[in-house]
Design a protein around this ligand. Structure first.
Ligand code: ARG
Length: 446
């Protein structure tokens, strides 16, 4: 039973929050007239001593207790004697652990958001550095239409801004005081929970003691956010893996983010991206695990809930490592303009060719068909679409103009899509502005 029962190795990191919550509880008991001023002062001093002792310990190894709450209580009684036993009046480990976890959660969410915001900024800066590189845009991983490389990069920043918006909502949900809910039915002493919330900096207090001791929704939503971010990072990582192959060669990662092979001297392996892609698996797994723990719980507190912390700590720790690494990797990457230009065939301008006909009055459906025919003609002749002469095109449809070859230009193709969210220079400028505003709205000041 002992190793099963023990959560100390996991919840050790909650000790500063357990001390903080306990000092606030002692003040609450004093205000309620349960502790004398002298008793409250001794408990407060004792808890400061306990904090100093815990600070000096390398970790929980060798401590006999089952969890951090019992460690703190034992040490408090060692420091100030049996008066320390008054601290747990009207409190249960059920509302205590819920409080500690949320105190930790608020800090963890803020730190996570800062790291996510830093990655968004790094992607934005990299996009800014490369305003005039035009690369293939893909659908079905087939070359589709030309796009600015900056547009591709920014397409990987927007999902992370949405993750930040989610995180901000999780922060609000986490920022609710559980203390005072007791084991399940509330506290029988006249503790002012509003004052406790103010003391601990919580934005509000929970309204139902049964719900309070069993609610881990904020943690599940944090795990969802982490899993979603994991998926987004994995997609960005996959782009980097693919684009840094010798087959693509669009992207080169900085030396600090690739490794050589112990066997093959030519290798530049994109480990940072592969590890990031791999880590997304555990982020999704942690969410699945938590939801599975929660789904069968009957009313009130159940010990199953002890499983909550390991999953959340792991997801937060994982992103704490992955996000800075990806931020560095993105900052380090360079685009190989020559390889990208080489990759852009004229085939990718087929849609522009159809648009050329549309501008000359041909219905799009017909234009689409005509250009499809030209693609076939070019393929049969073993030539590129852009190598067909205007006369050959006119033979397929009379609406082609003499200057039709002006359409075979990736830059004017990109410039022609000037709609908001499109690829023209002005649209891209507006996108940069929108991104910094969205980032500010989603996170700055949290
Ligand atoms: N160790 C527990 C946890 O990590 C603390 C709450 C235990 N409550 C109880 N009634 N045994 O969640």
């Amino acid at each position: 039973m002992e190793p099963l029962n023990r959560s100390l190795d996991v919840d050790w990191r909650l000790w500063p929050h357990d001390i903080r919550g306990s000092r606030a509880w002692a003040r609450g008991l004093e205000r309620a007239g349960i502790l004398s001023r002298e008793e409250a002062r001794r408990i407060d001093d004792g808890l400061a001593e306990v904090a100093a002792r815990l600070e000096a310990l390398p970790g929980p190894a060798g401590l006999p207790e089952e969890d951090i709450h019992t460690v703190v209580e034992r040490m408090l009684i060692e420091e100030i004697g049996s008066a320390g036993g008054k601290l747990h009046t009207g409190r249960s480990r059920n509302d205590q652990v819920a409080t500690d976890f949320r105190l930790w959660g608020r800090e963890a969410i803020r730190a996570l958001g800062d790291r996510l915001a830093a990655l968004v900024e790094a992607i934005g800066a990299k996009a800014h550095e490369n305003p005039d590189v035009v690369m293939p845009g893909f659908t079905h991983l087939q070359q589709a239409q030309p796009v600015p490389a900056a547009h591709w990069l920014l397409s990987r920043a927007w999902p992370l801004v949405r993750d930040l918006e989610h995180l901000r909502a999780v922060l609000r949900e986490c920022d609710v005081l559980p203390l005072g809910a007791g084991a399940v039915a509330g506290c029988p002493f006249d503790v002012d929970r509003e004052a406790l919330a103010a003391d601990l900096g919580f934005a509000s207090i929970s309204e139902n003691s049964i719900d309070t001791v069993s609610d881990r929704d904020w943690a599940a939503r944090l795990l969802f956010g982490a899993a979603m971010t994991g998926v987004h990072l994995s997609q960005l990582a996959e782009d980097l893996v693919l684009f840094s192959t010798s087959e693509f060669g669009y992207v080169r990662l900085g030396d600090g983010y690739t490794t050589g092979s112990s066997l093959m001297p030519q290798k530049r392996n994109p480990d940072v991206a592969e590890l990031t892609r791999g880590k997304s698996g555990r982020l999704v797994g942690n969410l699945t695990g938590m939801l599975t723990v929660l789904k069968g719980l009957p009313t009130g507190y159940n010990r199953d809930l002890q499983e909550d912390k390991e999953a959340v700590f792991d997801s937060v720790d994982t992103l704490g490592v992955v996000l800075p690494a990806m931020t560095g990797a993105v900052s380090s990457l360079t685009l190989d303009r020559a390889r990208i230009a080489e990759a852009l065939g004229t085939q990718i301008l087929a849609t522009d060719l159809a648009d050329h006909l549309v501008r000359r009055g041909v219905p799009f459906r017909e234009a689409h068909h005509v250009v499809g025919e030209l693609v076939r003609v070019a393929e049969d002749a073993g030539r590129d679409l852009g190598q067909l002469a205007p006369e050959e095109m006119k033979a397929v449809h009379p609406a082609f103009a003499k200057d039709v070859h002006a359409a075979f230009d990736p830059v004017s193709s990109v410039q022609s899509r000037a709609v908001r969210g499109g690829t023209a220079a002005a649209a891209l400028e507006a996108q940069f502005d929108a991104l910094s505003r969205a980032l500010e709205g989603a996170w700055e000041g949290e």
